[in-house]
Design a protein around this ligand. Structure first.
Ligand SMILES: [Zn+2]
Length: 333
């Protein structure tokens, strides 16, 4: 990227980029969007890039979302300093009504210097019912110069009345080769290292970049793996307590995905396919598990994790689903 190119780069999601670019070119953007998809796949980056394109002074081109990347507005957008871009995220655990009231108040005012005023509200599933309801009227009767982008990874936390007033874009995890390219470009990784992190992150670029750039992310990852290993030796009561704590902590989908890949690795070792193991730096622990736990139990637990991932995407009692899963975890022996 040239140093004077301030375009906010989006990896993958080409169909969504094209759809949003065409809508902008045809002056047919909707007043409210909902970007829905798993955690860490670039939903907020896409929202920021769309906001940049909406306020660009010389939108152009057939690439990305069509922001020029050179005007003052694009530079401010890239720096997160654009006066017509407003970001809202949960404070603590919730999006509260005061935040939504601020959105409503500001949405009724004209943009300061651009054609549009763009609001990006992340983790919208954490808006409580009062807060979500407070936004309904603004979504129904928007000002012509206001664009609102809601971002969420959990459809079960959203009111139908909100979803029906937005254009819904369902975003998916990114293909492995997109992640590999991004890791090489953004983090300077070798192809082999990039491949490993791409597998481990399972289509979630944010996770892959965090693991590449941030030693804390590795530590968190290793802690979650360690926690899973303690479950094997835990009693029924202890497993219930762990399930409860995990549900409170959140990031269940991410955690389950990591566990799934871990147990897939155990299966790989059991089947003498160690070169295909993703967690190459944990080969000795994987080897011990491969010896201790019968393969039939490993397979059963993998199936249970896949089923639980499916339940979590639907509207289930998350804690019950998790408790049931932990009771099915192999016993360490
Ligand atoms: Zn521009």
């Amino acid at each position: 990227m040239m140093s004077n190119d301030y375009r906010i780069q989006v990896y993958g999601h080409e169909w969504a980029q094209q759809m949003l670019r065409l809508a902008r070119q045809r002056h047919a953007t909707r007043h409210a969007y909902l970007f829905l998809g798993p955690e860490h796949i670039g939903k907020t980056t896409l929202a920021r890039a769309f906001a940049q394109a909406l306020t660009c002074e010389n939108p152009e081109g057939e690439m990305g979302l069509g922001a020029c990347g050179r005007c003052r507005s694009c530079r401010l957008a890239a720096e997160g300093m654009h006066p017509d871009h407003r970001f809202f995220a949960p404070t603590g655990n919730q999006l509260v009504i005061e935040q939504i009231r601020e959105v409503v108040r500001e949405a009724s005012r004209s943009p300061i210097e651009s054609r549009f005023k763009v609001f990006i509200i992340t983790s919208f599933e954490r808006a409580n019912v009062n807060a979500a309801n407070a936004l309904l009227k603004t979504l129904e009767e928007p000002s012509a110069t206001t664009r609102i982008i809601l971002v969420s990874h959990q459809p079960s936390g959203l009111l139908d009345t909100i979803i029906s007033r937005c254009q819904l874009l369902r975003l998916r995890p990114l293909p492995e080769k997109v992640i590999i390219t991004a890791l090489q470009e953004r983090a300077g990784l070798s192809e082999q290292d990039a491949l490993r992190l791409a597998r481990l992150s399972n289509g979630r670029l944010g996770t892959a970049l965090a693991l590449a750039n941030d030693s804390d992310a590795w530590q968190t990852y290793n802690e979650r793996i360690t926690k899973m290993l303690t479950i094997l030796d835990a009693s029924t009561a202890e497993r219930m307590a762990i399930a409860q704590a995990m549900e409170k902590e959140g990031h269940l989908e991410t955690t389950l995905q990591e566990w799934l890949l871990w147990w897939r690795d155990v299966l790989m070792v059991q089947n003498h396919n160690a070169p295909l193991v993703i967690n190459q730096d944990h080969l000795s622990e994987l080897g011990q598990l491969a010896e201790r736990i019968p393969q039939s139990q490993v397979r059963r637990f993998i199936e249970a994790m896949m089923a639980t991932s499916g339940y979590l995407r639907r509207n289930v009692n998350r804690q019950l689903a998790l408790e049931a899963l932990l009771l099915k975890a192999p016993i360490g022996g």
